[in-house]
Design a protein around this ligand. Structure first.
Ligand SMILES: Nc1ncnc2c1ncn2[C@@H]1O[C@H](COP(=O)(O)OP(=O)(O)OP(=O)(O)O)[C@@H](O)[C@H]1O
Length: 267
C-alpha cells in the first residue's frame, strides 16, 4: 500500500455550541494529526470527544473554526460524499441487523458503485484481515459474539480503504481479554495499512498502549494537552492531566508498555 494512503486532519480553532445549550461542547480546539498517526482523544464524560469526532465527518455541523482533511475544509465537502471517504466505527457498532456480515462490510463499497465481484473480493480480504473465518460472512450480526461484531465494525470502517478512520470507543463493550487482543491486532493493522486514525477512549491504559499522541480534553471541550504517551506521563501540562493520567502509577507501566511495543515491532 502506498505511503500516501493516509490523510492529514486538522482541527483549527473549532467550537461547537449545541442549539439551546448555554455552554460550548468544544472550545477553540486546535489539533493537527499527521498522516498515518494514531491520535487518541480522551477525557472525562461529556468533555466533547464524540462531538469533535462527528464534526470531522459532518455528522454534526461546526459553530466556529474549521476542520481540514488533507488541507481541504470539510465545509467545502458534501456531507454524504465526505463520509464515504472517512471510516467510522462506534461502540454500539451500528451493524444493520437484517443484513449479513458480508453485506454489512460491503455497505460503503456498494454506495460507491463498486461491482459485485470487487465487493466480494474486498469482503473476503477484510474478514481475513480482522481475523474472522470466511464463513462468518453469511451470518447475521445477532449470530456473532460481541468481539466478533466489533471486528465486523472495524472491517466495515476499513472497507473502502479510507485514508482517515474515526473510531469512537470501538472496543468499549468488550471483555478485557478480547479487548487486549483486539487492541494489539488493531495496532498492527493500523501500522500495516498506514491509516490516520482518531480514536476515542475512556481508558488511559488503552490510550497509552495505542496512541502515537494523546489529546486530553477537559470539561467544556478545552484541550489540556496533546502529547506522546511518554511526554504525557513524564510531563503532564497541569494538575488536571496529572490526575487524569495518574502519573506516578503510570511511569512503571509506561516503561513496561514501551518494552512490549518494541518487542512487537521486532517480531
Ligand atoms: N445533540 C446534542 N444536543 C445538545 N447537547 C449535546 C448533544 N450532544 C452532546 N451534547 C452535550 O455536549 C457535551 C459533549 O458531549 P460528547 O458526547 O461530545 O462528550 P463525550 O466526551 O464524547 O462524552 P462521553 O465520554 O460520555 O461519551 C455534553 O455536555 C453533552 O451533553
Amino acid at each position: 500500500m502506498p505511503a500516501s494512503s493516509a490523510a492529514t486532519l486538522e482541527f483549527r480553532q473549532v467550537s461547537k455550541v449545541y442549539p439551546g445549550s448555554p455552554e460550548p461542547a468544544i472550545r477553540e480546539l486546535s489539533l493537527e494529526v499527521a498522516a498515518g498517526e494514531l491520535c487518541i482523544l480522551i477525557g472525562p464524560s461529556g468533555c466533547g470527544k464524540t462531538t469533535a469526532m462527528r464534526l470531522a465527518n459532518r455528522m454534526i455541523e461546526l459553530t466556529g473554526g474549521d476542520v481540514l482533511v488533507d488541507g481541504v475544509s470539510v465545509r467545502d465537502r458534501a456531507p454524504a460524499e465526505l463520509r464515504r471517504t472517512i471510516g467510522y466505527a462506534i461502540q454500539q457498532i451500528g451493524l444493520f441487523p437484517h443484513l449479513t456480515v458480508a453485506e454489512n462490510i460491503g455497505t460503503v463499497p456498494r454506495l460507491l458503485g463498486w461491482e459485485s465481484g470487487r465487493i466480494r473480493a474486498r469482503v473476503a480480504e477484510l474478514l481475513e484481515l480482522v481475523g474472522l473465518e470466511a464463513d462468518m460472512g453469511g451470518r447475521y450480526p445477532a449470530q456473532l459474539s460481541g468481539g466478533q461484531r466489533q471486528r465486523v465494525g472495524v472491517a466495515r470502517a476499513l472497507a473502502a480503504d479510507p485514508p482517515l478512520l474515526l473510531m469512537d470507543e470501538p472496543f468499549g463493550a468488550i471483555d478485557p481479554i478480547t479487548r487486549a487482543r483486539l487492541q494489539e491486532e488493531f495496532r498492527r493493522l493500523q501500522r500495516e495499512l498506514d491509516k490516520t486514525v482518531v480514536f476515542v477512549t475512556h481508558d488511559i491504559d488503552e490510550a497509552l498502549k495505542l496512541g502515537d499522541r494523546i489529546a486530553v480534553l477537559k470539561p467544556g471541550g478545552v484541550l489540556a494537552q496533546f502529547a506522546t504517551p511518554d511526554e504525557l506521563v513524564r510531563h503532564p501540562a497541569d494538575a488536571f492531566v496529572e490526575e487524569f493520567v495518574g502519573a506516578d502509577r503510570m511511569i512503571a507501566r509506561l516503561e513496561w508498555l514501551t518494552s512490549v511495543r518494541q518487542e512487537g515491532r521486532r517480531t
